[in-house]
Ligand binder design. Structure first.
Ligand code: NAD
Ligand code: TYD
Length: 340
């Protein structure tokens, strides 16, 4: 099989490229724009692998997309602007990539008569939950951040292309991922690397927001299942069945790293901060026989171990432009932050 991965140099997709190349003899093409989040180092070991090809380009670029689609059977579409806080500062790149870019891909895939379009989406399209309930695949879309709205829009464009033009597509919606190669703007890698540097850990609001965590290899295994056995036209929720409050995640990281809780700093909340996400994953379990295998405690240990062993990787990522981002996002808030 010939598979196009978009955004392959990012966190989840680079794990997925590793996953596929290690398990199958497929040919993989990776189309990535190399934004701040795209890091070719994540796939360096495959550079000379004849089954792997990298194309530097944007998914909004019709020419680049057409070139990347030559001979391709299936596409797994990951490329996106993915960070909620950045979407609050500036929503434009989210509309450009997540909405306009997805439509370019859909049109090109239709013309290329592609065999399967797997659209990688998120639980955030469903909005926020109270203490009870979980998101099912039929929960109405109610996105609250510009990021979530742009992903919901892309989901609807996939649906429309499938219904109108018959593109054989499947949508997956996954909960919060963590694991190797995650950019240290997201909660878990930010907290691990800050703690390793003995820097303050900025916890938003009261720290009681809940996320449903999944180790990235479980997400990859779920996507592998969907790629091979998913039913065209379906949407599948994917989750780790590991709900945790942010403050508990942060305290567990500090305990595993043997660092003091005095590093915790409560800072001004994120505007429109979703309170709780939790996935009902009965459908994928029943229909495709997939279940998460990595417990949160084990996954966190593995992740901490990876960041300890790959200090060079994250120190390089945290230099340069990242410093400006960090200062803008956290400088003032940390100066006014409160200790527990
Ligand atoms: P990421 O931010 O780590 O990586 C995004 C990748 O896409 C980067 O390599 C970047 O260079 C590339 N990219 C961005 N704009 C592009 C463009 N216009 N053209 C081509 N490439 C472009 O993202 P991630 O966290 O790995 O998320 C990957 C996908 O999974 C996204 O679609 C995201 O919405 C979805 N998702 C993420 C999570 C999560 O917890 N991180 C959870 C559920 C779903
Ligand atoms: P994040 O990793 O940005 O994922 P998402 O917002 O897409 O779920 O954030 C996870 C949770 O952690 C979310 O409730 C916001 C919170 N958070 C902090 O408290 N401090 C931080 O510095 C970051 C980045 C996130």
């Amino acid at each position: 099989m010939h598979i196009l991965i978009t955004g392959g140099c990012g966190f989840i997709a680079s794990n997925f490229v590793h996953y596929l190349l290690e398990r199958y003899d497929y040919r993989i093409i990776n189309l990535d724009a190399l934004t701040y989040a795209g890091n070719p180092e994540n796939l360096r070991e495959f550079e000379n692998n004849p089954r792997y090809k990298f194309i530097h380009g944007r998914i909004e670029d019709v020419k680049a997309v057409k070139k990347a689609l030559r001979g391709v059977d299936r596409i797994v579409h990951f490329a996106a602007e993915s960070h909620v806080d950045r979407s609050i500062t500036n929503a434009q790149p989210f509309i450009q990539t997540n909405v306009a870019g997805t439509q370019v891909l859909l049109d090109a895939c239709r013309q290329a008569k592609i065999d399967r379009f797997i659209h990688v989406s998120t639980d955030e399209v469903y909005g926020s939950l109270g203490d009870k309930d979980r998101f099912t695949e039929t929960t109405p879309l109610a996105p609250n951040s510009p990021y979530a709205a742009s992903k919901a829009a892309s989901d609807l464009l996939v649906r429309a292309t499938a219904k109108t033009h018959g593109l054989p597509s499947i949508i997956t919606r996954c909960s919060n991922n963590y694991g190797p190669y995650q950019f240290p703007e997201k909660l878990i890698p930010l907290m691990i690397t800050n703690a390793l540097e003995d820097k303050p850990l900025p916890v938003y609001g009261d720290g009681l927001n809940v996320r449903d965590w999944i180790h990235v290899t479980d997400h990859c295994a779920a996507l592998d299942t969907v790629l091979h056995r998913g039913i065209v036209g379906e949407t599948y929720n994917i989750g780790g069945e590991s709900e945790r409050k942010n403050i508990d995640v942060v305290k567990t990281i500090l305990r595993l790293l043997e660092k003091s809780e005095s590093l915790i700093t409560f800072v001004d909340d994120r505007p429109g901060h979703d309170r709780r996400y939790a996935m009902d994953i009965k459908k994928i379990k029943r229909q495709l026989k997939w279940s998460p295998a990595v417990t949160f405690e084990k996954g966190l240990e593995l992740t901490i171990d990876w960041y300890r062993r790959n200090e060079k990787w994250w120190r390089r990522v945290k230099s340069g432009r990242y410093r400006q981002y960090y200062q803008k996002m956290y400088g003032q808030r940390l100066a006014e932050g409160k200790k527990p």
